[in-house]
Design a protein around this ligand. Structure first.
Ligand SMILES: [Zn+2]
Length: 110
């Protein structure tokens, strides 16, 4: 009985979380026009900058935003892509790099 109610609560939390990211929850970077190669290029640049400057643990993800801008990714695509990363656990610049595998799924090599 207790397990049932716990499960229900967990399901509610998950449903609310998914609802909050409804606009991107079922999307892939490819749906946004970003190929896995482009995403890897993006992550490489972010990691390089993180190595020098470190992460400020901000949800604004200033390094990621800057790199996307430099790569010429349109603002609305960048916004959706960063929300997608956040949905998959990338809540700041460094976590975005850690969870990028969840975002792009399996690469062309596997
Ligand atoms: Zn961080």
């Amino acid at each position: 009985m207790e397990d049932e109610s716990r499960k229900t609560k967990a399901e509610k939390v998950l449903a609310a979380y998914k609802e909050r990211y409804r606009d991107v929850a079922d999307k892939t970077p490819q749906d946004l026009g970003l190929s896995p190669e482009v995403v890897l290029e993006f992550v490489n640049s972010v990691v390089t900058i993180l190595d020098k400057k470190g992460c400020n643990d901000s949800r604004e993800k200033p390094i990621s935003r800057k790199v996307l801008e430099t790569m010429g990714v349109p603002q609305d695509v960048a916004d959706q892509f960063l929300r997608l990363c956040e949905y998959r656990g990338g809540i700041c610049d460094c976590k975005l790099c850690i969870y990028i595998g969840e975002v792009i799924g399996h690469g062309p090599d596997d």
